[in-house]
Design a protein around this ligand. Structure first.
Ligand code: GLU
Length: 425
């Protein structure tokens, strides 16, 4: 293989290039292009937290609000060493497109803290989360900006955010603010099924792809990168389709079994192993670098961004890549994949089940209702299939790939709003 010395494009460079490509292809109004090229607000907060040993540490939190033409900013908070202003920008912009494509009344936002949460105790994480919420103040709110879980954040943390935010409001109407955040635990205003919503949406979109290809998922071999919320649930739903999980990679290692790994058994093992898949007894350990070149039908990257680049795209054997993660493929990697005839279900479509579930939770809180899972999952499925079909249609109209098509559908909806409303003053 040729040696590539240039550093692959990062997520922010990727999202800008993707936007540029789609905007040119659709002939986006040049004034609206200027508006969408900038992020509306970038909030950086430094806040102190007392650690268990009595020392105080100052943490830096980010929240980027890209665009709110369609409604309040919406998007997750991630706790990871890779979080910085450019990562938050890229992820916020992807949320704008994702919410628009899904037909939700939301704009895009994203944020987080640059920490490795495994280095902190639970009570430290609680204090960090609460103090971050307090520092964000009224930059978030049910009709302003609504955070949710993302990488390394979970429903318990969302409950801390809701509780902290609500505590800053007058006791007489505190409960009117529970939808300041989504992805809360069921019992604290959370939605039944929100836990599995992203993984479910991933598999609904893969099934829609299979229907479009006139093929079945039964017996298809697939690999998953990341065994967090998205990877786990996607694998469980892929099993229901009869697909065979042959390899899983996470930060701890890469495991492989050509006869199949049972997603539930792996989940049970990982939950007793700090969430890690390495050491799973019914699989072999592989060298990490071999993961993406494994012989398989479908690859589901469901971890971090920038995993498939010009440095490894050529080796990929999968016929479909379903982007459970945000931004797992950079544009140079994507060009190689498209040239090789690999189909890609882009992140803003593939993983939109999560924010669609969040929207249902927000509606549920707003109207004081409690929905049941049997009502939630079919509603979610319908929305993802509708988006998939609109992407297929745009791809054929513009003679382009699914990512460009998804961007065009998403951007058109925002363009229409700006044209209808004009620009103040
Ligand atoms: N973090 C998820 C995403 O990237 C969910 C966002 C949300 O529910 O607001 O789509």
């Amino acid at each position: 293989m040729e040696t590539v010395s240039k550093k692959p494009k990062d997520m922010y460079e990727s999202v800008k290039e993707q936007f540029e490509n789609a905007a040119n292809l659709m002939g986006l109004n040049s004034n609206i292009k200027k508006i969408l090229s900038a992020t509306n607000n970038e909030i950086i907060v430094n806040f102190p937290v007392r650690l268990d040993n009595g020392e105080v540490e100052v943490f830096t939190g980010y929240r980027v609000q890209h665009n709110n033409a369609l409604g309040p900013y919406k998007g997750g908070l991630r706790y990871h060493p890779s979080v910085d202003i450019n990562a938050a920008r890229a992820l916020a912009i992807w949320m704008t497109w994702k919410c628009s494509l899904a037909g939700l009344p939301y704009g895009g936002g994203k944020g987080g803290i640059q920490i490795d949460p495994s280095k902190f105790s639970k009570s430290e994480l609680e204090r960090i989360t609460r103090r971050f919420t307090y520092a964000l103040g009224d930059n978030i709110g049910p009709d302003i900006d609504i955070p949710a879980p993302d990488v390394n954040t979970n429903s318990e943390m969302m409950a801390w955010i809701a509780d902290t935010y609500m505590a800053t409001k007058s006791p007489s109407n505190r409960n009117a603010f529970s939808h300041v955040v989504t992805g809360k635990p069921v019992g604290s205003g959370g939605l039944e099924g929100r836990d599995r919503a992203t993984g479910y949406g991933v598999v609904v979109s893969i099934q829609a792809w299979a229907d479009w290809k006139k093929t079945s998922l039964d017996g298809k071999k697939y690999i998953v990168q990341g065994y967090g919320n998205v990877g786990q649930w996607a694998s469980i739903f892929m099993k229901e389709k009869g697909a065979i999980l042959i390899s899983v990679q996470d930060a701890s290692g890469t495991i492989y079994n050509e006869n199949g790994i049972d997603p539930e058994e792996l989940l049970e093992f990982a939950s007793k192993n700090n969430g890690n898949v390495n050491g799973f007894p019914k699989a072999l350990e592989l060298k990490s670098s071999t993961f993406f070149s494994l012989e398989c039908d479908i690859c589901i990257p469901a971890a971090l961004g920038n995993q498939i680049t010009e440095n490894n795209a050529e080796n990929i054997k999968a016929k479909l890549i379903a982007e459970g993660a945000n931004g797992p493929i950079n544009p140079d990697g994507e060009s190689i994949l498209l040239r090789n005839g690999v189909d890609i279900i882009p992140d803003i479509l593939c993983n939109s089940g999560g924010v669609i579930g969040s929207y249902f939770e927000w509606l549920q809180n707003k109207s004081g209702e409690l929905w049941i899972i049997d009502d939630v999952m079919p509603k979610l499925e319908k929305k993802v299939i509708h988006s998939f079909n609109s992407v297929v249609e745009a791809a054929s109209e513009y003679h382009t790939d699914f990512r460009n098509a998804a961007y065009i559908v998403a951007i058109k909806r925002i363009e229409k709003t700006y044209i209808q409303r004009g620009v103040f003053p």
